[in-house]
Ligand binder design. Structure first.
Ligand code: ATP
Ligand code: MG
Length: 629
């Protein structure tokens, strides 16, 4: 079956068992500031698992798009992707272990066609110290199921995950683990606060006998071994206990929360542990092969990273994220830039997103109307980011080569690339490894020193020495001065933290601002900066100042300043912050003076507008901007 068919069949299977189909939640959680992304099917449903009643009833099914930025380093193996879909079904105080375990087994064997002989499961071993019993209910359901298939379900007590490598498989079918098979929000049962729900889970693994155990993971293989012989397909959490003062009590309302990886189940149905071979990913890999004229078999890791990251970035765009230097936008930028970089290593040095993005959208279009309706806009956003980054990349690679031609690469070289071209240090190091450039041993220390020097230099506008030519201090001057601070922060938000003020000049008619940035700003970036500044003006930020010891300002407060300025022991810091917010939009060392409220900048209906963006000197851009109607 294709992954698309499996997704449909799963929904239908549970629909037939009276489950309401719910829509996926966006990748960016609503009303949850504690986490950047939706990382499981359970996450958006947590309030209902904790007792609220769900409008669609107490049996639910969905396929939830997930993003796990924390798995980014795992991408490259055959079963982890940052973006994936989690098939989910839930019982909110309705059915329990008997139904859940039987249904899931029936789904993967009868519907998807997996071989029951290759299915292995894990259950909760219990915890004597905490007086939580072993999950023998799940065990007995599994035993009957396996018996019905003529499989003798031998049990093996493992305990901790580390024990698994010592005890091994022992011909077992049902394995008991401790912490691995306990679910709660606190991470482990002993850390649960009173009142908190938790419970045992049972996980299903598929065995790939064609894979040999690798002892680098541990001497013996077992279901939770990371060698890849056993791959976890899904797990069913049974929320049945509540922590009390004295131990654990049964919850009055017991829930089932099931989550299974669509990609992994689809791979199992092809009898290939590699999720990149399934219908949702293979077309991307094939396109990469044709563009790069290289084979997936030989460039597996790179192609996996590129395919995964671009698919993730497309879905982030679908869900309304744009690349930036903050939060979700930063992760998106990182995914895109990593993909471009890994493609560069494959020899793809030209823009290629215009070839890949349509492959991804056409895979998802039939099942996700939000993909087809936003196709054009999201493609544009992604292509723009590629264009900007590729320029940086090209310049950086060229400069790096020039530096390497002169001898060993130093931390100071790597810093120069970062400072002038916005070329990240990891990139320099990776490129140096690929090209066999020699890196000086202590490059990292040297680089760090340069970074902190730069921070010092860049944050040093002292009292009265603001490079603003603030001779006259009319209201008009003050307005432009305040606008300069807002724009400085907006430039960093849009372009990155390599943007450092290199000069400023203010007249009654305009502001002029020089800053480090390696290339011309795009129209889009200029527009974005204008938007941010105007938005902040309209928020009527309150402008105040405070004095701080210089060291504290630079090291703890990360206050902005200007390149090359010197300052004394105490600095004056201007804060521009919206009422009711606890974080400032702008925090900058400066002598002032400024207006008191940013709305003063929009008096007479005026708006902030950039009228010119040009090169000032190598690596330095110059902006002229006005407040105009
Ligand atoms: P693993 O140990 O393999 O990383 P997990 O314990 O992190 O898995 P869960 O959080 O239990 O996984 O998620 C439920 C299911 O979602 C897993 O059984 C698996 O099928 C799937 N899954 C989890 N992480 C990923 C990922 N990064 N890529 C693809 N599928 C995943
Ligand atoms: Mg994981």
């Amino acid at each position: 079956m294709t992954a698309q068919e499996i997704r449909k069949a799963y929904i239908k299977f549970f629909q037939d068992k009276n489950h309401a189909v719910i829509n996926r939640a966006r990748l960016v959680p609503e009303n949850d500031p504690t986490t950047l992304f939706t990382g499981s099917g359970m996450q958006p449903l947590l309030p209902y698992l904790l007792g609220e009643s769900h409008p669609d009833g107490n049996r639910l099914v969905d396929s939830q798009t997930c993003l796990r930025a924390q798995d980014i380093e795992e991408v490259g193996d055959n079963r982890h992707t940052t973006f994936f879909e989690m098939l989910g079904n839930w019982s909110l105080g309705d059915y329990f272990k008997q139904e859940q375990i039987n249904w899931f087994f029936e789904f993967v064997t009868s519907v998807v066609g997996l071989d029951p002989n290759r299915i292995f499961v894990t259950c909760y071993s219990g915890d004597e110290e905490l007086s939580i019993p072993k999950d023998i209910d799940s065990q007995s359901v599994w035993t009957k199921i396996f018996e019905s298939k003529g499989i003798d379900a031998k049990t093996v007590d493992i305990g901790s995950e580390e024990n698994g490598y010592l005890k091994g498989e022992q011909g077992g079918r049902i394995f008991f683990y401790k912490d691995k098979n306990w679910w709660c929000r606190a991470g482990s049962a002993d850390k649960m606060p009173v009142g908190e729900p938790g419970g045992p889970d049972t996980e299903m693994f598929y065995l790939y006998p064609q894979i040999k155990h690798d002892t680098k993971y541990g001497s013996l293989c077992h279901p939770n071994c990371d060698c890849g012989r056993y791959i976890e397909l899904g797990n069913s959490v049974f929320m049945e206990y509540k922590k009390t003062e004295n131990g654990f009590d049964k919850l009055p309302k017991i829930n089932v929360d099931y989550g299974g990886g669509l990609e992994r189940i689809a791979a199992a149905s092809l009898d290939d542990p590699d999720v990149f071979k399934i219908s949702l990913l293979l077309p991307i890999v094939q396109k990469l092969e044709s563009i790069s004229h290289k084979k997936y078999d030989q460039y597996t890791n790179n192609m996996r990273v590129i395919a995964d990251h671009l698919r993730g970035a497309v879905f982030l765009a679908v869900d309304g994220i744009v690349p930036s230097n903050k939060e979700q936008g930063y992760v998106m930028r990182r995914l895109l830039r990593r993909a471009i970089r890994f493609a560069f290593e494959l020899g793809i040095e030209q823009n290629f997103l215009q070839d890949i993005v349509p492959v991804i959208t056409s895979i998802y279009e039939p099942d996700f109307p939000e993909v087809s309706s936003q196709k054009d806009q999201l493609t544009e956003i992604l292509l723009k980011e590629e264009k900007v980054f590729r320029q940086t990349l090209r310049k950086g690679v060229r400069e790096l080569q020039k530096m390497a031609d002169k001898g060993q690469l130093s931390g100071s070289d790597i810093f120069t690339l970062y400072d002038t071209y916005g070329f990240p240090s990891e990139l320099s190091v990776e490129e140096a490894l690929i090209q066999n450039y020699e890196l000086s041993k202590n490059w990292q220390n040297e680089f760090n020193d340069k970074m902190s020097e730069q921070r010092q230099r860049s944050q040093t506008a002292t009292k009265g020495t603001f490079k603003g030519g603030l001779g006259g201090q009319t209201l008009q001057h003050k307005k432009y001065h305040t606008a300069t601070h807002l724009m400085y922060q907006a430039l960093r938000d849009v372009l990155g933290d390599h943007v450092i003020q290199h000069g400023s000049n203010i007249t009654e008619e305009r502001l002029r601002f020089d800053f480090s940035h390696p290339e011309k700003m795009t129209d889009e970036q200029i527009k974005k900066v204008e938007e941010i500044v105007n938005e902040q003006i309209n928020k009527d930020l309150v402008v105040t100042f405070e004095e701080h010891p210089t060291k504290e300002a630079l090291e703890d407060m990360h206050v902005l300043g200007a390149f090359g300025d010197r300052y004394g022991d105490i600095v004056k810091i201007y804060r521009m912050q919206a009422k009711g917010l606890d974080k400032p939009f702008s925090l900058e060392i400066c002598g002032g003076p400024h207006v008191d409220h940013t709305k003063q900048l929009s008096e007479e209906g005026k708006k902030f507008k950039i009228i010119k963006e040009e090169s000032s000197s190598s690596g330095i851009r110059r902006i002229k901007a006005v407040l105009t109607i």
